[in-house]
Design a protein around this ligand. Structure first.
Ligand code: ATP
Ligand code: MG
Length: 742
């Protein structure tokens, strides 16, 4: 294939970065300047021109989704199967390594990944055992402490408690948690990194093997690497590997998870003989959007400083809409998406970004009301749903009886008469014997230590799992999944739930069978043997174990149905690296964005501003910013001022969207009020006479409380549409409805 094809669509500095012969390379550049593109082209170029094997390249992406995209790009550029290449997140690469070297890393072959939610449940039990009062010692604090310690590369024995009781307590929980994880063969996300790094340090022969193998190491989104990730990179790189990293200090948004922006400066010191290349042309956004982003980020201090420009001279102004409340904000957004579609565009080109996950519910409801399909990245995720977690817990237990977190989850789901007391006895025995819950339960059965009913219930449970394991041993993965969701009683259990929920849960469980089928069709133990026999070692023993790993690693990144044309919803954090023609940023209010917490913590306001910069720079053609004058969130009503970030944008780029017509009507029939379009005069009206505005909260004698979401007509025919909290939306004739303002 002609090398020119790899280089044709690159500007000069991009070309220079792709073909650089320096040992190390740092590409430091603003949003949308082609950093990720450079990385993909550089990999393709290295393979094509230097004749090195794809096998000797390792590339780190920020999410599993971007890893898949990176593979796709390379496959298109080179017509090459990328299976044997190590491309993935820090987590998935570490996991691959530990699968291969489980023994040397001191793990059981059946080790399972413990995701964040299971980690929390697991920690709850440990805190209970240690008799820590949850009110004084919230479990989440321990979870943060443990994860932060791991991100900083610290194990319990590395932490000096310095006479601090609080720290000593935290370390004690960390230690107890660690012991329990080891017993249950469970590895959390932080541990994947920590353990693979430790493996290299303790086994120079293994490290040497990988250092000989990997001649090129490439990292995307480098500004968000944390301490342990950086140490991992440095150790693996050694002295002869060539390292390319790309990043943007203005997009560092994960310091709360331990990311260290300083790693950018550190890189130049640690990786000598490096070249720094800056990319300044933005290919993503209109000039207006770019100017807005530049104008905002200027308010941060201590930046490395970059300038971005675009050839695109055009650009619609940035629209700002002030909703009366969050309902009105959501209604406005949906209406704009409708217009976008009517103009012949795709729904999936529109993304709604928000600061906090909880904001999505109202947006989702508005989309559902107008029958617009949507997808949430990292929100209510398939693998996070209750019924799926239950099913996976059974599957995990069939795969590995020592999985304490799985036992805790489903020992009494469906209800089978194993009460809290029985469970406490099992826990107690496990603790005194230093064994897993499974072993402890077996011991209890043998010694007949329980009353007859509890004994039978527990015995039944242990038999059920053993029987499932035997029955499914020879089954295909989808058959196995189907068998487990039925024989476990989960289908029956969830179908007893009320209303639509049951239906959805059953659908989801059945969807898991489809997921297993798809997974099995791409998985075979022999598949990777093609390239090198060695690759086979890292694969889990069975398709089941592989699928469970995938589910844990993927949790949060993939929705069930990607094919449908649907509106994209996500938090600003998960929008990193992505781009959309139409972008909404919702909820730009003080206290929400910037987030309340950032107003008191050092340096956090600047990080919020960077997050806003990330949001703005996702937009290609049009950016719409919205906020609500009143908002009900987490069950609380607040009236927040518009976000300072709005006033920090260059005002000449902004256009305020006004209501297209007055929607105020008298509450009960009166001669129609004149048509005030000016918001200020409307507000005065509201004070003086009871008038009805979009977003107004009202009470109806029969339907209860609700919010006005639309209005039409005038005089005796004036009607309003009210979204009732419990009765759905209804159109009501004002002169009859007797609505009460609340
Ligand atoms: P972010 O900082 O948001 O991660 P980035 O720097 O990684 O952005 P890319 O996603 O690689 O930027 O590129 C942004 C967009 O610009 C993509 O659609 C990409 O295809 C396009 N692009 C980049 N370079 C060029 C080029 N030389 N010619 C045409 N399009 C380009
Ligand atoms: Mg990128």
């Amino acid at each position: 294939m002609a090398v020119s094809r790899l280089l044709n669509d690159l500007n000069d500095p991009q070309h220079q970065a792709v073909t650089s012969l320096s040992q190390h390379l740092l590409v430091l550049a603003g949003a949308g300047s082609g950093k990720t593109r450079v990385l993909a082209h550089r990999i393709a170029w290295l393979i094509e021109t230097t004749q090195i094997s794809p096998w000797s390249i390792i590339a780190v992406t920020f999410t599993n989704k971007t890893a898949r995209e990176m593979r796709g790009r390379i496959e298109t550029l080179l017509h090459l199967d990328t299976q044997s290449m190590w491309i993935g997140t820090f987590h998935s690469l570490s996991h691959r390594l530990l699968r291969r070297h489980w023994q040397e890393a001191g793990l059981s072959q059946q080790f399972q990944i413990l995701d964040n939610e299971d980690q929390l449940g697991f920690l709850k039990r440990i805190c209970k055992q240690l008799q820590l009062d949850e009110n004084l010692w919230p479990v989440r604090q321990f979870q943060n402490f443990i994860n932060n310690s791991k991100d900083a590369g610290l194990q319990p024995q590395d932490i000096d408690v310095q006479g601090s009781d609080q720290l000593a307590n935290q370390v004690q929980v960390y230690q107890a948690y660690q012991t329990a994880c080891e017993r249950g063969a469970l590895v959390d996300f932080g541990e994947l990194l920590l353990r693979s790094h430790k493996l290299w340090l303790q086994r120079p022969d293994i490290l040497q093997h990988y250092q000989n193998r990997f001649q090129h190491l490439l990292v995307d989104e480098f500004q968000d690497t944390n301490t342990i990730q950086y140490a991992w990179l440095r150790t693996l790189a050694g002295s002869s590997c060539s390292v390319t990293v790309v990043g943007d200090d203005d997009q560092s948004i994960y310091s709360w998870r331990g990311a260290r922006i300083e790693n950018i400066q550190q890189f130049s010191q640690d990786f000598k003989h490096g070249e720094i290349i800056r990319l300044e042309q933005n290919y993503r956004s209109t000039e207006t959007i770019l100017k807005a982003a530049n104008g905002l980020i200027k308010h941060n201090n201590g930046r490395l400083g970059k300038s971005l420009w675009t050839e695109d001279q055009s650009g619609e102004p940035i629209s700002i809409y002030a909703g009366f409340n969050e309902q009105d904000e959501a209604r406005f957004i949906v209406e704009q998406i409708h217009r976008w579609e009517s103009a012949g565009n795709l729904r999936s080109e529109a993304a709604i970004l928000y600061r906090s996950n909880a904001q999505s519910r109202v947006l989702e409801e508005a989309l559902i009301r107008s029958s617009k399909p949507y997808r949430i990245y990292g929100g209510q995720r398939f693998y996070d749903r209750l019924e799926i977690r239950n099913a996976l817990a059974y599957m995990r237990l069939v795969n590995n009886r020592y999985d304490d977190a799985a036992i805790e989850r489903i020992i009494n789901i469906p209800t089978r008469g194993i009460g809290v007391r029985t469970l406490d006895v099992i826990r107690q025995n496990a603790r005194t014997e230093g064994s897993s819950l499974w072993q402890a339960a077996q011991g209890i059965i043998i010694s007949s230590a329980l009353p007859a009913r509890a004994h039978n219930a527990l015995h039944g449970f242990l038999n059920l799992i053993e029987q499932m394991a035997t029955a499914t041993a020879q089954m295909q993965l989808d058959e196995l999944t189907d068998y487990i969701i039925r024989v476990s009683g989960l289908i029956k259990h969830h179908s007893k739930e009320k209303g639509e929920k049951a239906q959805t849960r059953i659908e989801n469980l059945n969807e898991l069978v489809s997921a297993a089928k798809t997974f099995a069709s791409t998985w075979s133990p022999a598949q990777l043997n093609r390239q090198l026999d060695e690759e086979a070692d890292e694969r889990p023993e069975t398709a089941l174990a592989a699928m469970l790993d995938q589910a844990a690693l993927d949790s949060g990144e993939q929705q069930a149905d990607e094919s449908e044309d649907s509106v994209q919803l996500m938090t600003l954090h998960s929008a990193k690296g992505l781009e959309f023609p139409l972008v909404f940023m919702a909820g730009l209010e003080e206290g929400l964005f910037p987030h309340q917490l950032s107003l008191v913590a050092d340096g956090r306001l600047e990080e919020e501003r960077r997050l806003c910069y990330v949001g703005i720079t996702r937009a290609m053609q049009k950016l719409i910013i919205t906020y609500a004058e009143a908002r009900r969130l987490h069950g609380q009503d607040t009236m927040n001022r518009p976000s300072r970030f709005i006033s920090e944008l260059p005002q000449e780029l902004i256009e305020e969207v006004r209501l297209k017509s007055s929607v105020r009507r008298p509450l009960s029939y009166r001669p129609a009020v004149s048509n005030p379009t000016d918001r200020r005069s409307q507000r005065t009206n509201l004070m003086e006479t009871p008038v009805l505005a979009l977003g107004q909260s009202v009470r109806h004698a029969m339907f209860g409380e609700g919010t006005v979401i639309d209005a039409e007509g005038s005089g005796p025919r004036a009607r309003v549409q009210v979204q009732f909290d419990s009765q759905g939306s209804k159109w009501l004739v004002l002169s009859h409805a007797k609505l009460e303002l609340i």
